[in-house]
Design a protein around this ligand. Structure first.
Ligand code: GCB
Length: 586
């Protein structure tokens, strides 16, 4: 046993409490982002060795440093002879006894360097890990990442040799008031490595990132960021017969070309293949060209006002938790289209990047957001840094997606000075990384004056309100009052409305939770909302029932049942057709 610095009669791994200090830095974040568009991943999916670690024994005893040929005896964990778990997975659904687990776990596997040339770099990418991940390679600490829903990257080019290396990842999903979201939220806190882990081989000098969009002046703009300061990139858009050399200076180059592509829209989601070359590096993007603008109270898509017929959705699955698949996303969109929707709010954290890629293909518009939800510690610089990083990682990941109409900054946060300073900073980050898209937030309204007086409304371009008149709040006449009082001069969207409905409950409309109650609820909502032209969109809460640990009444039993479809993602509730009728008319 290792002798502690504390005293001769103390033992390091039992008595010292600063064992995490050495695993705080480096913290990786948006600055290590690398585009994976058109790059071939070497997927590290499949079975990884696994150990639960609720007491942080792995840090105290340095499990990550155990070498295959020198397994200490006795040992509390042997990473080479351990049970296995599939990756990606939601830890809480892998075994029934882990259902409510919140804490740390170790994931380990052997990796080999797949590079074939000395001129290549090796980038390790995590699609997402909830919430804090610490990565070790062959016993050495590589870095840490915070935030459960966005990708992060490590350049391990110099850290791996010719021999197979042990990759160990500690992931913990503790709820904490300083995190984003904080310790209190209305969805399930699934832990683990819930998206793909992959290696990417790139040339030493490569494209780090691109930002490609179309302007209302009829230009295609491509901003290219490279890993080295200077060089020449090339942009080809074969279907438009366009080819252009872009000079890179100080790691960035910008192309602006007049062009008349077929514009992307929900009716015609036309995508163009774009090939970008930088030395030996080649990437491929599929881009929809379109413009989004705000004009007074209108949202303009390609210069024309659009009404957002929406529906909210969580990334949640009865069997897979936060793990999703292309098929799951396509099913989501099929249901949204059957509803007549042209818009989805991806609540309340960044969903898988496939969601925006497939929405691009299928012609659906999206509200993407970060989990700046309810009572964050707005006074904390660490919390702001975390939220800023999550927003940055989301925007860098998805800003080339035509489907993304707006970045959502926050959901139902209280109007305090600290909150306002926090949101101003977030809005600045959003606008700096993407000046082309409106920002939005689900703001609060004043329950007495029945006006939207939330200061946050002045920082964003699209104002959302979540309202549950007829459910949490009784008097639907108040909704009419809020809408008739509205005078903020920006687009207003009902960013949530809904009620808990138990699929198959055949009770009368007077019985809460019955299917008939749900149908009536939406009839009443639509009757009011449809009278007010200021409303530029409605986003019912939500497509599917989803797991939520804070919902424990006899009807909910751990589920939020405001879905228009039950948690089996098949059983359609009556309320669905009420909204579908409205969307058909609208
Ligand atoms: C809200 C929240 C959402 C909840 C929903 C509800 O206002 O934004 O996250 O799940 O209400 O069901 O109460």
């Amino acid at each position: 046993m290792q002798k502690s610095d504390l005293a001769g009669n103390a033992v390091t791994f039992l008595h010292e409490e600063n064992y995490l200090d050495e695993f705080a830095e480096p913290m990786v974040g948006a600055s290590s982002f690398m585009t994976t568009a058109g790059r071939e991943p070497v997927l590290l999916s499949g079975d990884w060795r696994f150990a639960l670690d609720p007491f942080d024994t792995g840090f105290r005893q340095r499990w990550f440093a155990i070498e295959r040929d020198a397994i200490p005896q006795p040992t509390d964990w042997n990473p080479y002879d351990a049970e296995e778990t599939p990756i990606p997975s939601s830890l809480n659904l892998v075994r029934p006894e882990l259902h409510h687990y919140e804490g740390g776990a170790w994931y380990t596997r052997t990796i080999k360097d797949p590079r074939t040339s000395h001129n290549q770099r090796l980038i390790l990418r995590f699609g997402a890990a909830n919430y804090c991940a610490r990565v070790f390679l062959d016993g050495a600490f590589v870095g840490r990442h915070m935030g459960g829903s966005t990708p992060f990257f490590f350049d391990i080019s110099e850290l791996i040799g010719p021999k197979p290396a042990e990759l160990m990842v500690h992931v913990e999903n503790e709820r904490d008031p300083g995190r984003v979201p904080c310790h209190h939220f209305d969805w399930f806190n699934y832990g683990g490595l819930h998206r793909d882990v992959a290696l990417f081989i790139v040339p030493h000098e490569h494209i780090r990132d691109t930002f490609i969009h179309y302007t209302s002046a009829g230009e295609i703009v491509a901003e290219i960021h490279t890993s080295c300061a200077a060089g020449q990139a090339k942009v080809d858009i074969p279907a438009l017969n366009l080819s252009q050399v872009v000079v890179i200076k100080d790691g960035i180059g910008t192309m602006r070309l007049p062009a008349s592509p077929v514009l992307w829209s929900p009716d015609n989601p036309r995508l163009y293949e774009i090939l970008l070359t930088f030395g030996d590096d080649h990437i491929r993007e599929r881009i929809g060209f379109r413009t989004i603008e705000i004009s007074g109270e209108d949202i303009l898509l390609n210069g024309k006002p659009i009404f957002l017929k929406g529906v909210c959705v969580h990334e949640d699955d009865r069997d897979a938790g936060r793990v999703t698949s292309r098929d799951d996303i396509r099913r989501r969109y099929r249901h949204a289209r059957t509803l007549g929707a042209n818009f989805l709010r991806l609540a309340h954290y960044p969903h898988h990047e496939w969601a925006a890629e497939i929405a691009d293909e299928e012609g659906l518009l999206l509200w993407e957001e970060i989990p700046a939800y309810w009572a964050l510690d707005f006074a904390s610089p660490t919390t702001l840094a975390d939220a800023t990083n999550q927003l940055s990682e989301l925007i860098l990941r998805d800003r080339n997606r035509a489907s993304v109409l707006t970045w959502g900054l926050a959901n139902e946060t209280a109007d305090t000075e600290d909150r306002n300073a926090f949101m101003r900073a977030l809005a600045d980050t959003g606008r700096a990384l993407d000046p082309t898209r409106p920002l939005s937030a689900a703001c609060l309204f004043n329950q007495e004056s029945l006006r939207i007086e939330d200061t946050l409304a002045s920082y964003v371009d699209i104002i959302g309100i979540n309202e549950y008149f007829g459910w949490y709040d009784n008097d639907i006449a108040d909704l009419a009052q809020i809408l008739s009082n509205y005078n903020l001069g920006k687009p207003l969207v009902i960013s949530e409305t809904g009620c808990d409905i138990v699929a198959g409950d055949g009770g009368p409309a007077t019985k809460k939770n019955s299917e008939a109650f749900g149908a009536c609820y939406y009839h009443d909502q639509i009757e009011v909302i449809d009278r007010y032209d200021v409303v530029k969109g409605i986003v019912p809460w939500l497509l599917y029932d989803f797991r939520s640990e804070r919902r424990q009444n006899p009807v909910q039993k751990g589920w939020n049942r405001k879905g228009l479809i039950a948690e089996d993602k098949e059983t359609v509730k009556q309320a669905f057709s009420v909204i579908a009728d409205f969307y058909r008319r609208k």
